[in-house]
Design a protein around this ligand. Structure first.
Ligand code: ZN
Length: 190
């Protein structure tokens, strides 16, 4: 991303180039790819009641992953499908595929709508707990995690407390990734 571009220009300009220039290819793991010049975009389905997609954009040797409206499969398949351990195991495989999609991103814009205390009442809504998203970021070995998709009912104070808790969780994993709560209008140089 260029520091002079607005956030929307920085994200949409390369995406538009790719979409115009290139037929999309689908791989067996459900990830779609398109590439044009320096820019490559891949997309994968996320776990949400309404269809959502996560995107990975690489350009100039840097990778950005944007994936919100997303929930860990292992929790939803256990509860919604009434499949218990079989559901959890299939969910774990899907969750590992998602970690691979995020792997080594320079910036992962990830979903952290709920505190861990709130999440058990929201299983199946298509959103993640804070600790689940930190776990993805750590396992994927990303350089930075932007906590996003804040709950509209959370005050700035709650978001700040969740940011601090996420940083504590990162340290408890023994990881060093940069973790922060995304805010409106924020510019991040990748
Ligand atoms: Zn949603």
């Amino acid at each position: 991303m260029q520091s002079v571009a607005t956030p929307s220009q920085a994200l949409t300009r390369p995406a538009a180039e790719v979409i115009r220039a290139t037929p999309v290819q689908q791989a067996s793991n459900g990830v779609c790819y398109a590439a044009s010049g320096e820019t490559a975009i891949s997309a994968t389905y996320l776990n949400h009641p309404g269809m959502t997609l996560g995107y990975r954009v690489t350009r100039g040797g840097k990778a950005l992953v944007y994936a919100t409206d997303n929930e860990q499969y292992r929790f939803t398949l256990e509860h919604i499908g009434q499949r218990a351990e079989a559901g959890r195991e299939f969910g774990r495989q899907r969750d590992e595929q998602f970690v691979a999609f995020v792997s080594q991103a320079d910036l992962y814009i990830g979903e952290a709508q709920y505190t861990d205390e709130e999440y058990p009442r929201k299983i199946g809504w298509g959103h993640s707990s804070l600790s689940a998203t930190v776990e993805v970021a750590v396992k994927a070995n990303v350089r930075a995690l932007a906590l996003f998709h804040h709950d509209p009912m959370h005050s700035d104070e709650v978001v700040a407390a969740m940011e601090a808790e996420a940083q504590r969780l990162v340290a408890s994993w023994g990881a060093t990734l940069h973790c922060f709560a995304a805010r409106e209008g924020q510019m991040v140089l990748v």
